[in-house]
Write a protein that binds this ligand. Structure first.
Ligand code: ZN
Length: 314
């Protein structure tokens, strides 16, 4: 049997943000500045809400507990996550624990977090990936409106992540016919959008990518990328090289087209600061990404991939 889990309702496309009806007495969670969040809230045409805009990026479980403590007596009808990954993760976790309706509105497009059962939080200073059915959105709203005003660098890194997730998801051993269909279509849309300068198509591509990989997994490219994340490199940027060498190693059908995408977007070469041998030891422990990789990976393979990345040999 295969099982695919997606949000109950997905409102997407132009004007999805303003045409959705929002429940009364909802808590809006965002990391955005007041200027920005009020502009978005205006566009939503939501009337009756409480704004919580003091969430910090890369939230910890303690941050979430303080959000829940502050608002638990307010009889909330819904929690709305409005923003990037951090805002959505706080909304996912707190609404699951407070048993309220969960509405997720991504303002950057790449992670597909609005479609998935994943939630990333810090526990004792360390990031942890949680996965629970109750983190799924009741309503996900995907509107390209937010692209306007997003810095170019963020758009570029995000769409690279969406491409990596779609293609690694397609190759994942945890995939099935349905996830492969979603991942393949997602990458087709993203490839066409990148090569033909149609960024307005990124949100839909990223949404399909989230539905696809969110029901299987990412693989070697993501495993490699965490060595660079630990050195402060943005996730999408590190995937530009990591997923390319991973596709080469896996002989993925997406190798050439993925490489074309990252060349078109234009990313600098990566340089790992810690010794390759040491990084490979850490990456080898990431069984969540390595076990579903289509080809079995050993430490030497990882070291070869990291050497290729360091040498720009993609
Ligand atoms: Zn990713």
């Amino acid at each position: 049997m295969f099982s695919v889990k997606i949000p109950k309702v997905i409102n997407f496309g132009k004007n999805a943000l303003s045409e959705t009806e929002y429940p009364k007495n909802a808590l809006i969670i965002t990391t955005a500045s007041k200027d920005l969040s009020y502009k978005w809230i205006d566009k939503m045409k939501i009337q009756d809400y409480i704004l919580h805009d003091t969430v910090m990026p890369e939230p910890s479980i303690d941050d979430i507990n303080s959000v829940m403590d502050k608002h638990k007596s307010k009889n909330l009808s819904a929690i709305i996550g409005l923003g990037g990954g951090s805002s959505l993760d706080v909304a996912k976790y707190s609404s699951a624990k407070m048993h309220t309706t969960k509405i997720l509105i991504p303002t950057t497009f790449g992670t597909g977090a609005e479609m998935t059962t994943y939630c990333v939080l810090k526990f004792d200073g360390k990031k942890k990936l949680l996965r629970e059915d109750e983190f799924l959105a009741d309503v996900a709203i995907v509107d390209s409106y937010f692209l306007d005003g997003t810095p170019e660098q963020i758009i570029k890194n995000s769409v690279c992540d969406a491409c990596a997730q779609a293609t690694e998801g397609y190759d994942s051993k945890l995939g099935n016919d349905f996830t492969k269909t979603l991942c393949k279509k997602a990458f087709e849309i993203l490839y066409d959008a990148i090569m033909n300068n149609k960024p307005e198509c990124y949100p839909y591509g990223s949404m399909l990518s989230g539905m696809g990989f969110g029901n299987c997994s990412t693989t070697l490219g993501h495993a490699l990328s965490y060595a660079y994340s630990n050195e402060g490199i943005p996730h999408g940027y590190s995937l530009s090289s990591c997923t390319t060498v991973a596709h080469k190693f896996n002989k993925s059908i997406f190798y050439n087209e993925f490489k074309e995408c990252i060349e078109k977007l234009g990313f600098d070469k990566l340089n790992l600061k810690i010794p390759i041998d040491q990084a490979a030891d850490i990456i080898m422990t990431d069984v969540g990404h390595l076990n579903p990789n289509p080809i079995k990976v050993n430490k030497n393979d990882i070291m070869k991939c990291l050497t290729d990345i360091n040498n720009g040999n993609l």
